[in-house]
Design a protein around this ligand. Structure first.
Ligand SMILES: [Zn+2]
Length: 297
């Protein structure tokens, strides 16, 4: 079973709070049977472009440090192999692209295969969910999205506002993904995807990875069953073969009961089986759907 996780913030923690304990460690990835962990370069607090670039360079150095310790980088999810752990780079907040479209190629060459257009700040590309729902992609944002698509960097709509998501769906040809997003029908939060968005993303051939953050899952505490409730809903919206995990480990301050770190993935798979998911569905959600999505784009 190739388990893939589309989002964690471990690189940011490694440079922002060096020496502190992280959720994602090689021991836990091995214990959980994770074949592919996507590691985000997260933009952090609003800062001048030079500071953001310096932060990204530190996260790239931290990633190189992991590789020096034996971690293996994947340049494509198809390189995931059962029984081995690989890591792949992503971007959360495209401020570093503001220097110009040519920068996107540089990050692609470094192995970045997905990029969230915004984090929670407005940037030169678009407006996030927490500012307004109505401002669509900016002209540079549309150009950047098209360049990402040309370079086969998955366009990640997590954190983006509704008009921005709609522009990607209606003005470009490649289906987007959400690396760590939940269902708004089950928990009313602007960070979550509406039923219309879920249906449109799935219809387009996109992919949605579920965030494990309890604040986006339900009112009050969450369990692994709460996660499966969200998978049930995504399946009802047409998500068969197009959903997976986007834990947000090392970026979330609380966790569903029993799901503390990557070592707990097998327990989550067991809850899915108990809830009646077929072995094929479990395998798909665990990782095959994400691998298939990258093959499609
Ligand atoms: Zn995030």
């Amino acid at each position: 079973m190739r388990i893939c996780d589309a989002h964690c913030d471990t690189l940011y923690n490694l440079v922002n709070t060096p020496g502190s304990a992280n959720d994602v460690t090689m021991e836990r990835l091995i214990a959980g049977g994770v074949a592919l962990q996507v590691m985000a370069m997260y933009v952090g607090p609003k800062a001048p472009i030079e500071e953001t670039e310096a932060l990204f360079n530190k996260m790239l150095a931290a990633f190189e440090g992991l590789k020096a310790q034996g971690w293996v980088q994947a340049m494509d999810p198809s390189e995931a192999v059962d029984g081995q752990v690989k890591v792949m780079l992503s971007i959360e907040g495209c401020e570093v692209f503001e220097r110009g479209l040519h920068v996107i190629q540089r990050y692609r060459d470094l192995g970045v295969r997905m990029a969230a257009i915004t984090w929670n700040h407005e940037n030169a590309l678009a407006t996030p969910h927490c500012i307004n729902a109505t401002d669509g992609l900016k002209p540079f944002g549309l150009e950047a999205v098209r360049e990402m698509q040309r370079l086969k960097i998955a366009v990640d709509i997590s954190h983006l506002n509704e008009a921005g998501v709609n522009d990607i769906l209606t003005k470009t040809d490649v289906p987007p993904m959400a690396s760590h997003s939940c269902c708004r029908a089950l928990k009313d939060h602007t960070r979550n995807l509406t039923d219309e968005q879920l249906k449109a993303v799935f219809r387009a051939g996109g992919f949605v990875a579920l965030n494990f953050y309890p604040a986006f899952l339900a009112d009050g505490p969450s369990t692994m069953d709460t996660l499966v409730d969200h998978f049930d809903h995504m399946l009802a919206m047409g998500g068969e073969g197009k959903i997976g995990f986007g834990s947000d480990f090392d970026g979330i301050t609380s966790k569903p009961e029993g799901l503390d770190n990557p070592a707990d993935f097998p327990a989550l798979l067991d809850v899915m089986r108990r809830r009646g998911y077929s072995e094929q569905q479990v395998k798909s959600i665990a990782g095959e759907a994400m691998i298939d999505y990258f093959a499609r784009i």
